[in-house]
Structures are given as structure tokens and as C-alpha cells.
Design a protein around this ligand. Structure first.
Ligand code: ADP
Ligand code: MG
Length: 256
């Protein structure tokens, strides 16, 4: 069976900048819970942007369930839900309309979009506010709205860019619970974060980006050590990660 995500040789240099991505290959199996870990500026959002059409592909290829999103955008788009890093819904549009509009964009009929909107709002606990505008929602609720919007068309792959950044503990726990539930139901999840603990606790596999290069892609136990799942010694977890980043310095090019 084709992988959910297959990335080959992705490079990206923004105008006037250094390489944001410098040759990334990554394959994610269907049903996986894949983490994308890296410090700020490592290239996580660029990688997600390339997969979801927000950033133009210059070099390399992206396949989502075997589809090339540039040649076959509709087939790819219908299988993918995106929760972007920044809040990007219209605060003047009622919550249920934000979600139904997205459903229509993904090809749902009017009726299906309405039904699915109700279902996802219930799922994320926003059903009572459905007819209201998202103004005044807490940070956690805004995230849940973004999550509902990404799920309206029941995508096989959910991509989230730092979905828990800046959330309080309770909102983060809600997010984790929802992601675990979706993944258990068969949804492939790709999530970026710079929080080591949540990568360790949630993901089956963690890809580590540093300066636009993938320096590791392994299970949390392999990456952080066999006791990484014990829940103690987070100092140790951080220290291990820093060692990984240091040890992962790419080789100089042009060596014999
Ligand atoms: P991350 O999400 O891991 O923090 P990004 O993908 O946002 O990393 O950024 C990777 C690199 O590309 C950084 O050096 C950043 O400054 C640069 N960058 C990101 N977006 C743009 C842009 N639109 N224009 C120019 N440079 C950018
Ligand atoms: Mg980012």
C-alpha cells in the first residue's frame, strides 16, 4: 500500500535567505503518529507548507496517498486536513459557517457539510457556540475550532503545526486526547512541536529537523533512550535532545 506521506529531495530557499530545507526525504506509513521535532527556524512549517500547498515546491516531490498535490490537487486535498501554526479563520463569520464553508471547499455537498459541521463541533466541544462568531474564544477554543475545521471532511491524514504551542496544560491535554482518539480510529497524524515530552509521549516515530535537514527519524525510545517513556528525568530528556542536535551536525560536503 502506498504511504500516507512520501517526500523526496525537498529543498526550499526563500528569496534572499538561506536554505530553509536542504534535501529532506521522509516517508510516513498509513495509520502512523509521526512527530516532526525541531527548534524554531528548523524548517518545520516550511515542510508542512510544501505538503499542503501553502509553499511552492521548487525541488523534490511530495506524494500524499500516492497523489501529487500539484498535478492532482483535489484528490490530495480531500485526504488531508491542516491545522496551521497561526490562527487564520475569519473572526466575523459564525463558527458553523467557517466549518461548513471549508467542508464545501473540500467537495462535500451542502447537506453533508452541514451534518459534518455539527458532528465535528460536538467532537471538539464547541457545539453550543456553533451559531456565534469566534470572537472572544479562548486560545484553547480557537485551536479546537481549527481542529474541527481540519476534520470536517474526515481526512485520512491530519497535519498539525505546533498545535499545542502557547496552550495551558488543560487545553494541551484535550488536544492530546483528541489526537490519540483520531489516530486510534485510523487517522494518520503528522504533528510538529518543539516540546520534547509531548513528542515522546504521543508519537510512534519522531523526525528531527535541524537547519533544514532531517538528522534523525526514529522511535522515541531510540531517540531519547530506552527509559524515555518512564515519565521521569525530563532534565535528562532535554540533555539527550541537545546531544542529538549537536551530534547531528551534517558532514562537510565534498569529502572523498
Ligand atoms: P520552523 O517552523 O521550524 O520554526 P520555518 O519553516 O518557519 O521553521 O523557517 C525555516 C527558515 O526559513 C527560517 O530561517 C525562517 O526564517 C525562514 N523562513 C520561513 N518562512 C519564510 C518566508 N516566508 N520568507 C523568508 N524566509 C522564511
Ligand atoms: Mg513553524
Amino acid at each position: 500500500m502506498t504511504a500516507a506521506i512520501d517526500l523526496r529531495g525537498l529543498r526550499k530557499t526563500y528569496k534572499g535567505g538561506q536554505a530553509a530545507l536542504d534535501g529532506v526525504d521522509l516517508s510516513v506509513e498509513r495509520g502512523a503518529f509521526q512527530g516532526l521535532l525541531g527548534p524554531n527556524g528548523a524548517g518545520k512549517s516550511t515542510l508542512i507548507g510544501l505538503m499542503t500547498g501553502l509553499v511552492r515546491i521548487e525541488t523534490g516531490s511530495v506524494r500524499l496517498f500516492g497523489h501529487d498535490p500539484e498535478r492532482n490537487p483535489v484528490a490530495a486535498r480531500r485526504r488531508v486536513g491542516l491545522v496551521p501554526q497561526e490562527v487564520n479563520f475569519n473572526s466575523f463569520e459564525p463558527i458553523n459557517e467557517i466549518i461548513a464553508t471549508q467542508g464545501r471547499y473540500y467537495g462535500l455537498s451542502r447537506r453533508a457539510a452541514r451534518q459534518r459541521t455539527q458532528a465535528v463541533l460536538e467532537r471538539v466541544g464547541l457545539a453550543e457556540r456553533a451559531a456565534r462568531k469566534p470572537w472572544g474564544l479562548s486560545g484553547g477554543m480557537k485551536r479546537r475550532l481549527m481542529m474541527a475545521r481540519a476534520l470536517v471532511h474526515e481526512p485520512g491524514l491530519l497535519i498539525l503545526d505546533e498545535p499545542t504551542a502557547g496552550l495551558d496544560v488543560e487545553a494541551r491535554r484535550d488536544t492530546w486526547a483528541l489526537l490519540r482518539e483520531l489516530n486510534a480510529g485510523g487517522t494518520t497524524v503528522l504533528m510538529s512541536s518543539h516540546y520534547l515530552e509531548e513528542m515522546r509521549d504521543l508519537c510512534q516515530q519522531v523526525a528531527v529537523l535541524k537547519d533544514g535537514r532531517l538528522i534523525a527519524n526514529d522511535t522515541p525510545a531510540q531517540l531519547f533512550g530506552a527509559d524515555a517513556g518512564s515519565g521521569t528525568g525530563d532534565q535528562g530528556l532535554e540533555a539527550r535532545f541537545l546531544r542529538l542536535l549537536e551530534g547531528g551536525e551534517p558532514e562537510e560536503e565534498g569529502e572523498p
